[in-house]
Design a protein around this ligand. Structure first.
Ligand code: NAP
Ligand code: MG
Length: 393
């Protein structure tokens, strides 16, 4: 396993999880990369690149949350440079797609009453409005969309003839990026044995969104038989129809979204399921490399309390599930059923604990029908260990 350590409160949890829940039970072999901000700065961020290359080599990684530096962090850590987001670097090196899945328990019911099973969101993280250029039009004039081919081929269309001031935007995507996204989606659907939904607005953007639909159909042809064998389906519809159907669905599927839709819908879906602290995140590359992590950040506010000697009740569940996800994948790839079983039991021990009403502070107010017992992180992890030992005995 490629192990990517991180920052602040999640770095503290990382060690507790390894010491209490992993090392006593697993003959752990990891290639360790310290992506903590101090070490990223010392290595000129080379460690991030090395860890991404290691993920390409070994195929499975588990990552702790890391600080993305801003101006405040420059002084706090006395940095040489405002290093780029490690997640961004790793994602672009692996050409990966991020899948976010909520971890659900019976005592926390989703805001949407029909949802019985988790909904995983896959966001296409390239292009569209995020790599667009725009112009503020100040006077009457003509706006054109122009393409100059290297061959000399020219294509030109009038976007709008302005009579008054307005705004103008140009955006793009590439076949290669859309194709990678489609492969990652179909691969992950087979992994989870869940159907995949994809939606665009190809009735309006006939060429632009139409291309997304075409490429998805083309790529799906390669997966069709495997989907049939797994008893899952690929479902395409219009984005507004998808939104309506998602609301009325029971969940239990993957929803692939274009970049903007994914940005907006992932915040809606994650909030509706309860808590960011209960959301996992997996980066999947088109050639089947996997990097598992929690969806939340380094929980800075809790870390500052920790530094002042206060106990914190920070939720380690998403980070534990990052490890269990990575172990399960490693076990499947290398055919080690004992490791897959350990991953299953570790998750089950987390559910045993939560279902007994033993929780961290963030969940206490969300629970219904049980009287929660709030624990600090160390005691919460100890409660999971107790149940894991019973299960593995
Ligand atoms: P955050 O670390 O996700 O925390 C925001 C707030 O959400 C926390 O203050 C806490 O609320 C709650 N929370 C999040 N995770 C929790 C957990 N496991 N248990 C309990 N409560 C939890 O986001 P942030 O404070 O905006 O960002 C902090 C740092 O993380 C930044 O430097 C950012 O760059 C980085 N970041 C990294 C990643 C990544 O590596 N994947 C992702 C996002 C952000 P209360 O304070 O109300 O308890
Ligand atoms: Mg967003």
């Amino acid at each position: 396993l490629v192990e990517m350590d991180g920052d602040e409160m999640t770095r503290i949890l990382w060690k507790m999880i390894k010491d209490e829940l992993i090392i006593p039970f697993v003959d752990l072999k990891t290639e360790y990369y310290d992506l903590g901000l101090v070490h990223r700065d010392e290595t000129g961020d080379q460690v991030t690149i090395d860890s991404a290359n290691a993920t390409k080599k070994y195929g499975v990684a588990v990552k702790c949350a890391t600080i993305t530096p801003n101006a405040k962090r420059m002084t706090e850590y006395n940095l040489h440079q405002m290093w780029k987001s490690p997640n961004g670097t790793i994602r672009s090196m692996l050409d990966g797609t991020v899948f976010r899945t909520p971890i659900t328990i019976p005592s926390i019911s989703p805001a949407v009453k029909f949802w019985k099973k988790p909904i995983t969101i896959a966001r296409h993280a390239y292009g569209d409005v995020y790599k667009s250029v725009d112009i503020r039009v100040e006077e009457p004039g003509v706006a054109k969309l122009v393409f100059e081919g290297e061959s000399g081929k020219m294509e030109e269309q009038i976007v709008h003839t302005f009579k008054d001031p307005g705004v103008l935007q140009g955006m793009h995507n590439t076949d290669a990026s859309i194709r990678s996204f489609a492969h990652a989606c179909f691969k992950y659907a087979l992994d989870l044995k869940q159907s995949i939904w994809f939606a665009t607005k190809d009735t309006i953007a006939k060429k632009y969104d139409g291309r997304f639909r075409e490429i998805f159909e083309e790529v799906f042809a390669e997966y069709k038989d495997a989907f049939e064998a797994a008893g899952i389906e690929y479902f395409y519809t219009l984005i507004d129809d998808a939104v309506a159907r998602v609301m009325r669905s029971e969940g239990g599927f993957i929803w692939a979204c274009k970049n903007y839709d994914g940005d907006v819908m992932s915040d809606m879906v994650s909030t509706a399921f309860g808590s960011l602290a209960m959301m996992t995140s997996v980066l999947v590359s088109p050639d089947g490399k996997y990097e598992y992590e929690a969806a939340h950040g380094t929980v800075t506010r809790h870390y500052y309390k920790h530094l002042q000697g206060e106990e914190t009740s920070t939720n380690p569940i998403a980070t534990i599930f990052a490890w269990s996800g990575a172990f399960r994948k490693r076990g499947e790839m290398d055919n080690i059923p004992e490791l897959v079983n350990y991953a299953d039991q570790l998750e089950a021990a987390c559910f045993d604990t939560l279902n007994a009403g033993i929780v961290t502070k963030d969940l206490a107010n969300l629970m219904e029908g049980v009287t929660p017992q709030v624990k600090n992180s160390a005691d919460f992890i100890a409660a999971i260990r107790e149940r894991l030992e019973k299960r593995l005995a």
